[in-house]
Design a protein around this ligand. Structure first.
Ligand SMILES: [Zn+2]
Ligand SMILES: [Zn+2]
Length: 374
């Protein structure tokens, strides 16, 4: 499946012979339009991905995915027939915009809608940030529609394959985060079966099993130790009572990052830096980062534009404490997997080098580290 997706890349978005390092968003569509088949479903999915990567709502992106789902199940002859009769918009899930995209694909050209998006999407990165991004092998924090994400597990995994990731951790929320539809123990066990099916389909790409487990008020974790021990990646995050006093918050976080099954401390301050925003929670960062370093728990650099967490001063403190890091998208939609460059830029500014970032590591090394505690 992975091979099929790679071969079916839209002309103009191909890697043009030069290997793109894993994790680097695809280059913009430039160059001549060719008469090779321009596959409508691939183009529609790529548009959805790019819309999300630019911060558009999943609602808008999903219109393109719905159209993709319709056209990819149709017989090519039937699609051609509707195209010639100018009746593509009569298909379920296909509207005027998506019909125009499909028409241009069937005419053998790369749709203008896609070209415009590709042109707008590539971020201007400084060299160190681009280099670090190029060294990322995957992503250790993402959500599907099993919790509060917008897309199915398989869709998230395929998007990760498409951007060259070797692995992606699926880390849906834990039970008590009811606003985000946290998964019960039973639901997470069912999800593990799905993860293994996806892995059979997409190998050698690896969808890592995981969870973003809530750090409860007393520092305990919102899932059973047995199940946490079965997962490839456990991200532990504070999502409630962010305003508790610093002494209490420090005890809470130190207890959580010292848990033998916790691999990553997620978005450690909880700050939000867009809209009304939210100040960072306060804790003794030296104590928390010392506990991270001594327990081998990585400090996450969360790439979401509204988080960019932790801030630079704390990142420097974590590096001084000898912590490892992850640079994660915390994607809630496929296109948000493209946000890793924001975390890379934070890391570069704080002087963090690639070897201390776990997701620059190849899969085998990462798994050995993740399973260090059995
Ligand atoms: Zn979170
Ligand atoms: Zn998350």
């Amino acid at each position: 499946m992975a091979r099929r997706l790679r071969q079916a890349r839209v002309p103009g978005t191909a890697r043009n012979g030069a290997p793109t390092p894993p994790g680097v968003p695809l280059p913009p569509a430039r160059g001549a339009v060719t008469s090779e088949a321009v596959l409508p479903a691939e183009v529609l999915r790529r548009i959805a991905y790019l819309l999300e990567s630019q911060g558009e709502t999943s609602y808008k992106a999903q219109a393109f995915r719905r159209a993709a789902a319709t056209v990819e199940t149709m017989a090519p002859a039937k699609l051609e027939e509707l195209y010639h009769r100018k009746e593509l918009a009569s298909l379920p899930g296909v509207g005027p915009t998506t019909a125009a995209v499909v028409s241009q694909c069937l005419a053998g050209s790369v749709p203008q809608y896609l070209r415009d998006l590709e042109e707008r999407t590539v971020p201007a990165l400084d060299d160190p940030t681009r280099q670090l991004l190029g060294q990322l092998q995957g992503d250790l924090h993402s959500h599907s529609d099993w919790s509060d994400g917008g897309s199915p597990v398989g869709e998230m995994a395929r998007a990760a394959v498409d951007i060259g990731h070797h692995y992606l951790a699926l880390t849906d929320h834990s039970p008590r985060l009811t606003v985000a539809h946290g998964l019960s123990t039973e639901a997470l066990r069912r999800q593990l079966e799905l993860v293994s099916l996806v892995n059979q389909e997409l190998a050698p790409f690896r969808l890592l099993s995981g969870i973003e487990v809530d750090i409860l008020e007393d520092g305990s974790l919102d899932q059973t130790p047995d199940l946490l021990g079965e997962l490839d990646v456990v991200v532990a995050s504070v999502h409630s009572k962010l305003r508790m006093g610093p002494a209490e918050m420090t005890r809470r976080m130190v207890r959580a990052v010292s848990h033998p099954h916790v691999d990553v401390l997620g978005h450690c301050t909880g700050r939000l830096i867009v809209g009304r925003g939210r100040p960072p929670s306060t804790f003794d960062h030296e104590a928390v980062f010392a506990a991270c370093a001594s327990n081998g728990t990585a400090v996450e650099i969360n790439s979401r534009p509204e988080r960019r967490d932790p801030p630079e001063a704390l990142l420097r403190a974590a590096a001084s404490a000898g912590c490892h890091f992850t640079i994660d998208s915390d994607a809630h939609a496929p296109g948000q997997l493209a946000w890793l460059h924001l975390g890379c830029s934070q890391a570069v500014q704080a002087g963090i080098d690639a070897p201390s970032v776990l997701n620059t590591w190849p899969l085998a090394k990462l798994l050995a580290w993740g399973h260090r505690n059995g």
